[in-house]
Design a protein around this ligand. Structure first.
Ligand SMILES: NC(=O)c1ccc[n+]([C@@H]2O[C@H](COP(=O)([O-])OP(=O)(O)OC[C@H]3O[C@@H](n4cnc5c(N)ncnc54)[C@H](OP(=O)(O)O)[C@@H]3O)[C@@H](O)[C@H]2O)c1
Length: 279
């Protein structure tokens, strides 16, 4: 397969480049500044020129808190640009793969979210990503992959905890009342290629197996690093972030399992592989 990946220098884009090479796929990557996906003409040209089998859109405005005061810009990148990508992919006879998020849900459910549960975003970021899903759904054969709590090559929670430990922190205060699915970008990339290989369509939830609160995630990072710091749970209210976040955004991944034949590994195992790779 020939893959055109937008946002190719982000966490998932980088992981996809490695996974594509390992699986023998051709990879054409683009990111800012050479391709701004909000430039519809440039998108059309880039897709037509690279003649991909699939366009995988990993480009996004991912700053969840900043989006609260910058929703128009977030919507341009996460929503409107996806419509141009869908049209360009259709024009080139390519599949569109849109990456979306657990933050399209409000978090009120008492169980894991399934693909057909009603999205009800509670943040500007979530609203713009839902707009992106709706734009992608207009492509001829879209694949919309919702994932969560990514860690990989880039800015993420694992790196943030590690930086605090490296700086000598003895106590980490971490939100304990939000539960989700920590997910390793490299495993997600493998999962995406598996879905494309199986010719999957529609919405599919993809995340590492298991779930955690941010507090439990931090505890496991500290444990695996053998650090001495104490981890103290705090509430969402105490964290006082600009954007609301779902209390429960655990994704039900049974559809992924049914299509690909297996789950992604447990997140604790993924974390160990990521930390081992970082030395
Ligand atoms: N990170 C998470 O925890 C998480 C959770 C659930 C879903 N997701 C979704 O997963 C996907 C990949 O996330 P990620 O963590 O890999 O994101 P990321 O590391 O922030 O990478 C996104 C990439 O897109 C680029 N980009 C931003 N605006 C662009 C534009 N207008 N045109 C072209 N490229 C642009 C960014 O460039 P700059 O760095 O220069 O801005 C960056 O290289 C996104 O759709 C995200 O919404 C992420």
């Amino acid at each position: 397969m020939r893959l055109l990946v937008t946002g190719s220098r982000g966490q998932l884009g980088r992981a996809l480049q490695r996974a594509a090479a390992a699986a023998g796929h051709e990879f054409v990557g683009c990111d800012l500044p050479e391709l701004d996906i909000t430039d519809a003409a440039a998108v059309r040209t880039a897709v037509a020129r690279s003649r991909p089998d699939a366009v995988i859109n990993c480009a996004a405005y991912t700053a969840v808190d900043a989006a609260e005061s910058d929703e128009a810009r977030a919507l341009a990148v996460n929503g409107a640009a996806v419509a141009s990508l869908a049209a360009a992919a259709d024009g080139a006879g390519a599949r569109l793969v849109q990456i979306s998020t657990d933050f399209v849900f409000d978090g009120a459910a008492a169980r894991a979210y399934r693909e057909d549960d009603q999205p009800r975003p509670i943040s500007a970021y979530g609203r713009t990503k839902l707009a992106g899903e709706r734009a992608a759904a207009l492509a001829r054969r879209p694949l919309i992959v919702r994932t969560a709590w990514l860690f990989g090559d880039g800015a993420n929670f694992v790196g943030a905890i590690r930086r605090q430990l490296d700086a000598g922190a003895r106590e980490l205060r971490v939100v304990g009342d939000q539960r989700g699915c920590p997910t390793y970008a490299a495993d997600l990339a493998e999962g995406l290629l598996g879905l494309l290989g199986a010719d999957a369509e529609g919405i599919v939830h993809v995340a590492n197996a298991g779930s955690a609160t941010w507090f439990e995630f931090a505890l496991e990072i500290v444990r695996q690093l053998g650090a001495a710091a104490a981890v103290v749970p705090i509430t969402t209210a105490q964290a006082a972030r600009p954007a609301l976040r779902p209390a429960n955004s655990v994704l039900d991944t049974s559809r992924f399992r049914a299509v690909v034949g297996s789950d992604l590994p447990p997140w604790q195992d993924a974390l160990a592989r990521w930390l081992a790779g970082r030395g």
